[in-house]
Design a protein around this ligand. Structure first.
Ligand code: MF3
Ligand code: CO
Ligand code: CO
Length: 256
């Protein structure tokens, strides 16, 4: 078990990468409308990352992933592959997950978007799952244990009659995409390793309207809910600081 502790100079680099990933989510919002293909969303993000940010889309080619972002629509939990055959329609919800590499450092973030008018039950799932991420972020700091983070997420999701995905988790991040430790989004208080100043990782809870069971599609990437019900995910990259945490991937609509 080797968890890297990053310095203040490292934070500067991760802040830059994180802000670039966040900027891509801000930029793409205007294009997430009925009739657009997820392939088109991928192209726009790819071009911005490569040509404007002069950065690298981390997903492209990662373990053979064929696109620059993940686009996960409705019952897709994560790792949806952008496709010209997937056209968004009013009522859909979509997670867009962006990871950029800038100057060797990674920034990884995702958010949910509503396409046109969305049903109240879907809006509610999106809101509660975002609250799960925010409640976890609120407690991050030195001495807090990983089980505390998982627990606060699980309690809030289950209190709302939702379930937390077990098969995929958050991760350490820095000069590699997925580093130690694994950040699971369920658990018991006062268990697991203690956070220390300088740790950098993601929290990215996947919350399902129905059961937490997952199903991997035959493309080898797309993860869906087994029961076919909606799933929602929000992700930030952060660092543990002396008295809490710094969110590297915050957007203007947020206040960290
Ligand atoms: N960005 C995802 C995460 O949060 C990982 C995507 S890997 C890919 O960890 F290969 F599917 F792009
Ligand atoms: Co991640
Ligand atoms: Co991600």
């Amino acid at each position: 078990m080797t968890i890297k502790l990053r310095s203040k100079d490292d934070f500067v680099k991760m802040r830059i990468a994180g802000q670039m990933a966040a900027e891509v989510l801000e930029l793409i919002e205007q294009y997430v409308v009925p009739g657009v293909s997820t392939e088109r969303l991928d192209q726009i993000c790819h071009d911005h990352i490569v040509n404007i940010q002069k950065a690298i889309p981390a997903c492209l080619g990662y373990n053979g992933f064929p696109k620059s972002i993940c686009t996960s629509v409705n019952q897709v939990i994560c790792h949806g592959i952008p496709s010209d055959k997937k056209i968004l329609k009013s009522g859909d919800v979509i997670n867009i997950d962006v990871t950029v590499i800038k100057d060797g450092w990674y920034g990884d973030t995702s958010k949910m978007f509503c396409v046109g008018e969305v049903a109240p039950h879907a809006e509610r799932l999106l809101k509660v799952s975002q609250e799960c991420l925010y409640k976890a972020i609120e407690i991050v700091g030195p001495g807090v244990r990983l089980g505390d983070i998982g627990h606060i997420i699980q309690v809030h999701a289950e209190k709302n009659y939702y379930s937390v995905v077990r098969d995929y988790c958050g991760h350490g991040i820095g000069t590699e995409f997925h580093e130690e430790p694994q950040i699971v989004h369920y658990g018991k208080p006062n268990t697991g390793i203690e956070l220390k100043e300088g740790m950098t990782f993601t929290i990215e809870p996947m919350v399902n309207a129905g059961k937490f069971t997952t199903k991997l599609k035959s493309d080898g990437w797309t993860v869906e809910t087994k029961d076919g019900r909606l799933s929602s995910q929000w992700e930030h990259t952060m660092a543990v600081t002396a008295n809490g945490c710094e969110i590297f991937t915050g957007r203007q609509e947020e206040s960290f």
